[in-house]
Design a protein around this ligand. Structure first.
Ligand code: PLP
Length: 337
């Protein structure tokens, strides 16, 4: 395995998956129907012209700035390669943070620098680099403040660095709103990965929004394999901004906020330490024995071990249904007896 992830693994079926950050509430019906009805008998348009125009209009950018990708993971690899080919030699990644930024950079021989906070990043950023921000951040569920963004903007300009903002969990933000200034968003790469909020992580589809001006865009476009996005992926992205999908997401937020509250209460009752988060997932430190994660997994309940985020003894877990929460509670009680 190249980098560790939550969700499906090579073991037996997972019955209650707290380890993936995907929405627990399924896909919007019309979008799902469109994905299932995708034309598998012919290639998609290799230029994805209609899709890029559609997404560009929804995102208020020119279609040329929309780069379809076969998932966020593919987009991270491609942007890292484009950074290398454009002459950048270093990549800054959040720590703790999603492992693929560093994995992509390391595979290309780029120098990986880790930052624990934006002030620390700004103090250290001297040379031109590709800088990843995950907003909101996986695994912490933290979000940058306005002063963070302003300081980052100044540091990026001073060092002639390129900003890439991974917005994978923006559609699953449950509290507050992004404080990223619109002017900075225009100058950044933005990665949009709808499959988590849509509960369709098996459909590999995402897109990058290129900065209004600047480096890498031509290169990142030319680096895409032909037909980078499947027909299913095209249909998913075509429905991402529909009124029906937006309505579904509003319902998801309301339900997940209520379920999150009961799950936090349950874990508090079990004596777990928990970190605040603005998303549907958060970090927690259980009061359990060392091998309990493996034993829970044997019982079909999976949590994301946070050791690979350099947080041994911690887990990341996502909000799940009351039934799944009860299954987790029962399994833990069983392990404790
Ligand atoms: C922060 C973040 N970005 C990107 C991805 C990649 O998502 P996908 O390749 O499914 O679009 C993930 C997946 O877990 C993630 O957590």
């Amino acid at each position: 395995m190249i980098s560790e992830h939550g969700g499906s693994d090579s073991g037996p079926a997972i019955r209650h998956d707290f380890s993936s950050n995907a929405s627990p509430l399924g896909a919007p019906p019309a979008l799902l129907r469109a994905v299932l009805a995708a034309d598998r008998g012919s290639y998609p348009d290799p230029d994805y012209q209609r899709l890029r125009e559609h997404l560009g209009s929804a995102e208020s950018v020119h279609a040329a700035r929309v780069l379809p990708a076969s998932g966020g993971a593919e987009a991270i690899r491609r942007l890292s390669l484009a950074a290398l080919l454009s002459g950048l030699r270093a990549v800054w990644v959040p720590h703790p943070g999603f492992g693929d930024y560093a994995a992509a950079a390391l595979a290309l021989g780029l120098q990986v620098q880790r930052y624990a906070s934006v002030p620390a990043l700004c103090a250290a950023l001297q040379e031109p680099a590709l800088v990843w921000v995950c907003e909101p951040c996986n695994p912490t569920g933290d979000s940058l403040s306005r002063p963070d963004w302003l300081a980052l903007d100044a540091a990026l300009q001073a060092s002639a660095s390129v900003l890439a903002v991974d917005c994978a969990y923006e559609p699953l933000r449950l509290d507050g709103s992004s404080q990223m200034p619109a002017s900075l968003a225009e100058q950044a790469w933005r990665l949009i990965c709808p499959n988590k909020a849509l509960s369709l992580t098996g459909v590999r589809a995402a897109y990058l929004l290129a900065p209004a001006s600047g480096r890498l865009a031509d290169c990142a476009t030319r680096l895409a394999p032909s037909w980078v996005l499947s027909s299913e992926g095209v249909n998913l992205l075509m429905h991402w901004h529909s009124a029906e999908t937006r309505h579904h997401l509003h319902q998801v937020w309301q339900q997940v906020i209520a379920w999150r509250a009961s799950q936090i209460a349950l874990l508090a009752e079990l004596g777990w330490q928990q970190r605040p988060s603005c998303t549907n997932f958060w970090l927690a430190q259980p009061s359990c024995q060392a091998d309990w994660l493996v034993r829970l997994r044997e019982r079909g309940v999976k949590l994301r071990d946070a050791t690979s985020f350099a947080l041994p003894g911690w887990v990341r877990l996502s909000t799940q249904s009351p039934q799944a929460q009860q299954a987790l509670r029962l399994a833990i009680k069983e392990l404790q007896t």
